[in-house]
Design a protein around this ligand. Structure first.
Ligand SMILES: Cc1ncc(COP(=O)(O)O)c(C=O)c1O
Length: 446
């Protein structure tokens, strides 16, 4: 009864993100009231395995004693104070810890309060940097990958490339140059890099920066890049004197078995953006890291117009920074990276394509990397015929998982598994078992 009342209030008052609200009104969605470990608990006391890390950010589970204690301890000191004109203890310490762990050369940390804001910082920083270098050039173009996703603000949508989310806003966006994703079916790594080289070379003196999601394009449906792409792109950008901006918001903090994805190809970007898992998935925070060279272009007399006029009210929030410090400590103490690599093996075992299995009847493709997996649904997998949109096949699988006590989120007709890097492998197997059951139940018609 209480739950139904809360649902009614929600329907009346709350506009949910990325949600078809007319269909939402007919749904009996859970109202989350609590959590324990890797489970969320609703107002009726039902427990759900958090199979998507509460939108890809949870690292150690929920109500982790060490992170809870760190936030409470900080709460006893100060919850918020600005970085405009003041410093605070946790943000200084966190900046130090990030610089120590990040790819070499990234020595300055600019804090923001969500992933998209962190990307906006990177874009504006790169833009202004070029205008303040000793020999200013009119670098007015950002380069981004096809099917890119970097957030939902106007700047980040400009460097995005997911038609369903972004095409409506075309007239509102700044122009960009597109390079092919190396995950394009039928495109070899060599051809992809060759084509990219042509585009970059032809426009080199206009390019303000090249932005990439390293190794995996998550929001595009877990598009996995072939090994060597990131390094190849770094070599190209280095040779042409272009800034490389690595958006590790979805892939950082253990997702792929290393603290940062760039490490896996020994890549040192000029700008690195972190968020989501930065606080262990507890509080909103982003960090944009950059080099001395970029930073120095912003130095000069205060009246010389070189200041970076960008900031957010909650930039460097002490509670969020305290959570991030506790999370970093736990990543090491609990050997979370090792666990993430175990999860990668478990996902490979549990989601291995087996053409004869009932759960494969409508599976067109499975892509995996680290703790992330995307399962494409198809009406006829042999022909890769899509389901009609009104079937909402991905949504149906998501609902069937929820019925069985697992929360995850589909992106259209791609079912995405995104367990927390610290999730015990037994629970990961449970997650996969549930997804297989839900897939086996999928029928062509509702
Ligand atoms: C690669 C990437 N960049 C940026 C963002 C945006 O982050 P936020 O939702 O915190 O604005 C996301 C969110 O999913 C992401 O996956």
């Amino acid at each position: 009864m209480q739950t139904e009342h809360l649902r009614q209030l929600d329907r009346q008052l709350v506009w949910h993100p990325f949600t078809a609200m007319s269909a939402w009104e007919d749904e009996d969605f859970p109202v989350i009231a609590a959590a324990e470990g890797f489970h969320l608990i609703d107002t009726d006391g039902r427990r759900y395995l958090d199979g998507h890390s509460s939108l890809w950010c949870n690292v150690h589970g929920h109500r982790v004693p060490a992170i809870d204690a760190a936030i409470r301890d900080q709460l006893d000191r100060v919850a918020h104070s600005t970085l405009l004109g003041l410093a605070n203890l946790p943000s200084i310490e966190l900046a130090g810890q990030l610089v120590q762990r990040a790819p070499a050369g990234l020595t300055k940390v600019f804090f923001a309060d969500c992933g998209a804001a962190g990307v906006e910082v990177a874009l504006k920083m790169a833009w202004q940097y070029h205008r303040q270098k000793a020999s200013p050039e009119s670098r007015d173009l950002f380069v981004c990958l096809s099917h890119a996703y970097h957030g939902d603000t106007v700047g980040t949508v400009s460097v995005g490339g997911i038609d369903e989310f972004h095409s409506l806003f075309g007239g509102l966006l700044f122009p960009t140059l597109r390079i092919p994703t190396p995950a394009t079916p039928g495109l070899s790594l060599d051809d992809c890099l060759r084509h990219t080289e042509e585009i970059l070379t032809a426009n080199a003196d206009r390019i303000a920066g090249v932005i990439v999601e390293p190794l995996v394009q998550a929001a595009a449906g877990i598009l996995v890049h072939p090994p060597g792409y990131l390094r190849g792109l770094r070599q190209l950008t280095e040779r042409l004197g272009l800034l490389l901006i690595a958006d590790e918001i979805a892939v950082g903090f253990g997702r792929l078995g290393t603290l940062f994805a760039c490490e896996q190809e020994d890549v040192h970007p000029d700008i690195l953006i972190l968020s989501k898992g930065l606080t262990g998935g507890y509080l909103p925070l982003a960090a944009t890291l950059t080099t001395e060279e970029i930073y120095e272009a912003f130095l000069g007399d205060p009246w010389a117009g070189r200041t970076f006029y960008h900031g957010h009210t909650y930039t460097g929030n002490p509670l969020a920074c305290a959570a991030a410090l506790a999370s970093l400590k736990l990543l090491e103490e609990n050997e979370v990276l090792l666990n993430a690599r175990k999860i990668e093996r478990v996902l490979a075992e549990e989601l291995t394509a087996d053409g004869s299995a009932a759960w494969m009847r409508h599976v067109g493709a499975i892509r995996r990397r680290g703790t992330m997996a995307g399962i494409d649904l198809a009406l006829d997998p042999a022909q890769l015929t899509p389901f009609p949109p009104q079937r909402r096949a991905g949504h149906a699988v998501m609902l069937a998982c929820r019925e069985r006590g697992v929360i995850l989120r589909n992106i259209g007709d791609t079912v995405v598994l995104y367990p927390a890097p610290a999730m015990p492998v037994g629970l990961v197997r449970e997650l996969c078992q549930t997804v297989r059951e839900a897939l086996a139940e999928l029928r062509p018609d509702a």
